[in-house]
Ligand binder design. Sequence first.
Ligand code: NDP
Length: 382
Amino acid sequence: MFHLLLVARSGPARLLGPPPYLPELEELWSPWALLLCLTWLGLQAALYLLPARKVAEGQELKDKSRLSYPINGFQALVLTALLVGLGVLAGLPLSALPEMLLPLAFAATLIAFIFSLLLYLKALVAPASALAPGGNSGNPIYDFFLGRELNPRICSFDFKYFCELRPGLIGWVLINLALLMQEAELRGSPSLAMWLVNGFQLLYVGDALWHEEAVLTTMDIIHDGFGFMLAFGDLAWVPFTYSLQAQFLLYHPEPLGLPLASVICLINAVGYYIFRGANSQKNAFRKNPSDPRVAATGRRLLVSGWWGMVRHPNYLGDLIMALAWSLPCGVSHLLPYFYLLYFTALLVHREARDEQQCLRKYGLAWHAYCRRVPYRIVPYIY
Ligand code: NDP
């Protein structure tokens, strides 16, 4: 993450080369950055605690109980936008944020580390039924990394659910916006490429928060414990590396004509169409497996629509969108394509983990599904 942050602002912007220099501790550590990160977390926690338009129930747990989750993530996004807008009108220097990315990333990493340590200690006194299937090997480093407790909570405040979609995702679009504003200050107006990257990624984050309830059926919530992997991923990795394209564009402006911009918009729209269509189809099916619009195998598996084309159509849509986010940065550098490369590796690995879980859960029905839908993510390729 630090390598990417350093390289993005360097002239050659070489993903695979050594970092341009090794920062001194004074460049990484700033009490102001720590204070800013903690204030941000405090603000998002306060918004989480506001009355929600809906309270959803999670999947059934080992002890047959279900947890409740407030559905107010989109509301948190809108309220944050309002607060930031008012702040900017009142003189908040948002465009100074890009200069602080290094110490902010350092502070977020420190917070994720200490937070995971506390989560590990909390899990030592948690009942066995609260532990995650993985992350309880007895090896402290492994368990610290993967996370021991499945749903660590204090009263009704669910730490994993809170971190999954709010501070990191909303922080990501805020960093993007700050980069856009700094570009406007530097060059008179934001470039078309910067608008596209901001717009595409805002759509992605807005969509995730609008469909917040869907996160309750994802692997992160159902299977994975909450440890360093997710805490660091949610709080540091997502905001500081997913904003890499906007960071790159600030230091390496890329002229983009309208015809090419239209093609890139079309690619993003196709990706989004598949991604949203697939996720909505699965959600509709989970709510009502006898819905006449979807066909299923005997044991609750969709075999029609997007899910009849490949076994993870939502990953396919996500990858097409990842390509559209990189293309506005041109093809002169590999760096803006880092997300696409990393995300491909992440989804291939995630898909393999999910197949194992589905095989355990659905047995022969999963075999039948795999025969009927032989491709995993990309039709006729993978
Ligand atoms: P999914 O939402 O695809 O969930 C997988 C689960 O779906 C399976 O375990 C199974 O669970 C169910 N399922 C699989 N096949 C079928 C079928 N044919 N019919 C019905 N149910 C089926 O995966 P993820 O949790 O990995 O991802 C959720 C979303 O988040 C995706 O769109 C992904 O692209 C995105 N994502 C984005 C990331 C990012 O960093 N940008 C990172 C990770 C994910 P069950 O049977 O128990 O319902």
